[in-house]
Design a protein around this ligand. Sequence first.
Ligand SMILES: Cc1cc2nc3c(=O)[nH]c(=O)nc-3n(C[C@H](O)[C@H](O)[C@H](O)COP(=O)(O)OP(=O)(O)OC[C@H]3O[C@@H](n4cnc5c(N)ncnc54)[C@H](O)[C@@H]3O)c2cc1C
Length: 485
Amino acid sequence: MTSGGAATPLAQLQARFGLELISTDPASLAAAGVDHRRLYHGKPLAIASPRSTLEVSQLLAFCDARRIAVVPQGGNTGYCGAATPDESGTELVLSLRRMRAIRRIDPANDSMVVESGLVLAEAQQAAAAAGRFFPLSLGSEGSCQIGGNLATNAGGVQVLRYGMMRELVLGLEVVLADGRVLSSLDALRKDNTGYDLRHLFIGAEGTLGVITAAALRLFPPPRAIATAFVAVPDPQAAVTLLGALRSASGDRVSSFELLPRIALELVLRHLPDMRAPLAGPSPWFVLCELTSARAEDPLDAILQDALGAAFESGLATDAALAQGERERREFWRLRENIPEAQRRDGPSLKHDVSLPIDRLPAFVEAASAWVASEAPMAQLVCYGHVGDGNLHFNLGQGATLAAAQRDTDLLKPHEDRVKRAIHDLVRAHGGSFSAEHGIGRLKVEELQRYASPVELELMRLIKQAFDPNGIMNPGKVLPRSSCAD
Ligand SMILES: Cc1cc2nc3c(=O)[nH]c(=O)nc-3n(C[C@H](O)[C@H](O)[C@H](O)COP(=O)(O)OP(=O)(O)OC[C@H]3O[C@@H](n4cnc5c(N)ncnc54)[C@H](O)[C@@H]3O)c2cc1C
């Protein structure tokens, strides 16, 4: 009770839903109040952990009536601070961790319906156990959740073949801010009945409602895989090689990742159990993979022939084909550990950008030249899902500094200047300043700067229509003033 006798929002929540649902356990509050990189800090009012869609609905209706802000939180692996509450101590974190049921798998319809708290790796395993394949694959798949993947429209390493999360969804169950439930879980592949509302929640980062379940698309599992680690002279050669491989393989390229020499060196330096797949040096490498649902498809031979042609035309200078699943996993571990190696190397400035693929080499050249002349103290580590035009354009400080200074973030004072230059160059090359990590609280100003007035106006109207009281994840994606607080 407050001194005036009125119960506080926390006391009201606990009186209505009980301590089992509304926790203030200090360790849980501390964990929910910070992102996985420890860049964003907040102070949750409490953590609500509902067990069913009904409980989510009752919670949101209760919070909406009392204007209690709600921050949905999945695996808390996002990069933009979108799942972290603010410092006010008034925002309720809504954890989906108890809602992880697999409601139904239907191999004949190539679909499954799962609750949004299911961990991505568990969804992949459930599909595999039913003889099907769920293709979303990210470095964080052991802890990120389907709801978080949907709310961020996650990408990952198979986008080239299967698309981003948006393309892997047949329907959603969502609880709106006022507690009403919107459901389209029938897993229909054709349904042209007016506006397709589900797509508004995908990539909305929890600002329009809470996703409680999803009908996901499944595929025949890959039965043949061929993977190669290829040395290429430059990004232009990589882009040309991608086109050549797609043609030569009948469009069976499922991943095509570009990494610079420095990324490989960082991984080898910080993760000593790794080894380089190729003996000689190269300024750039590509990790590419062909997959097919037909076990008898001769993918190794197709890849070998295509790479032979690439050597002759100068698109590639060396290559190693994975000899079996163990070596294939080793190649992928090199790629997947770049973020971890960078983290161990010290602070860095990160930019998750996308370009039309044909303009990507020109962007890399222009942006690298800018870094060399305007931020010469930084070490550029530019890698990514080049098959999707997605680059992680990161500036690290590691190697340029003495060990004693490793933990001091010397690049921080340059952050705004660097970000502006890189994002302006992205815009000039027809790209996006946020390819797959979203907006969260990190890029709210960037969205205001780069989106057109008509886009911003429509986003504000959508926010107001779905969440008129502004309780859903306030201050994320759009500025707080967009909500009627
Ligand atoms: C090592 C590593 C590698 C990564 N690789 C990739 C990659 O290749 N591609 C990529 O796209 N991302 C990648 N990420 C980023 C991150 O893993 C993804 O964005 C992931 O989809 C976030 O899921 P999550 O469950 O952790 O969501 P959280 O971080 O908990 O939340 C993210 C956003 O979703 C909202 N949200 C969560 N659950 C719900 C729900 N049920 N309903 C409504 N809103 C909800 C939150 O409010 C927040 O706005 C990587 C992260 C790490 C740590």
